[in-house]
Design a protein around this ligand. Sequence first.
Ligand SMILES: [Zn+2]
Length: 474
Amino acid sequence: MKIIAALGAALTAALLAVPAAAAPGDAAEARALLMESVGYASVQGRGQTPALARFYRDWLVARGFAAADFSIEEMAGTAMLHFTWKAGKPKAPPMALTGHLDVVEAKAADWVRDPFKASAAEGYIFGRGVMDNKFDVAMMLATLARLKAAGFRPGRDVHLFLSGDEETDGITSAAQAKQAKALGIAFMLNSDGGGGALDSQGRPFAYKLQASEKSYADFTLGFTDPGGHSSTPGASNAIARAGLVAARIAGHRWPAQADEITRQSLAAAGAARTDALGEAMRRFAADPGDAAAIAVLRANPGTIGQIGTTCVPTMISGGHAPNALPQRVSLTVNCRIFPGTSIAAVQAELARIAEDPGISFATGVDWPVTPPSPLRPDVTAAVTAALAAATSAPVAATGGQSAVTKMLKPTPGMDAGATDSVFWRALGIPSYGVSGLFIRAEDAFAHGLNERVPEAAIAPALRHWEVLISRLAG
Ligand SMILES: [Zn+2]
């Protein structure tokens, strides 16, 4: 999933024109791989995900990797791919690269172009999954092929895991995390998280290194009453009870919480702003107990989720006739839970807030509760070097000057969830979202209509992955 922001045509056309490390031939090959991968409608229920896994395997095998080092396992109506690039003499524990094969459904009738046939127009490549996550998967594969062709030998085993149901059930995602745990994977780089942001002029201005995710839970609160004729109301009414409880939950102030990741991320976001919100971000980052800062961040929909758990009523249904007392009402409450807080603790708090002992609770979807991944200095240094490589190309639009006036540093960040990383973090494997895509907010259409990536995002992404993989696996 992951929606960050996309590369602007102006700058990115220039970036593609003058690739630094990656040669134009590599960019052309990566582009062709991306375009062809879109042709596999790897949507849940369409049965094409195994074929996409075989396509990727055959592509790498054709570039010199051993077919015996791949496994494709079909499971839960989909497939997952695992490949190991073995080190001759490992100097360090293994690392993993991850992404996903599946894409969100797309209704062809609603799209301008066929979503499952990549097309190029106006400096963009269009197609379902062309951004999420086939872009970064193609860039990783092309980088592995390029490194192999250049004679690179990994100093540690490099495992590539591509899951088959990241967008839906996460069954293959969970299975791969278990395999990774058994293999002793030291850390993983998730291509489907984090990433670069360009301003509206196409200049890179921020990069999120995703190191943490909230967990997600749905609770269904049930209210029952004996019911009866509406002309003979009693003291209790299930609809009125549900309404009161919904209002209490919506108005509840969850305690402010902070950790290393959110403090760094708010400090960086605050430093880039001059308004009251920016000041509150900086003050909270310095002191998470600052009540005035908390009040400002809570009042802003863009920041309330960064400073603690949130729960909101999202659906309600009940009653059975206009002239009958309601017997049954159900209220759905969706929670985004701060890392480290258990789902049981959130349920207990909801029950306390509700002040209605007659409610029944059922949990729907829930994701593992995961701690933030501690920032590894080797990963942070490699990402910083990758950013320098990705953003170092001259920019024709600004007279050939560098696109970056100051060194772009990765900012650790927390997402509202949920990528495959949650399954890995739940097993104690540090996981980092490090997409190579730089994109403008107005170009990001992941999961939506007319999903696209700028053609010019390809060359910088190849430089990004080449530096990341060669530094961390070397
Ligand atoms: Zn995704």
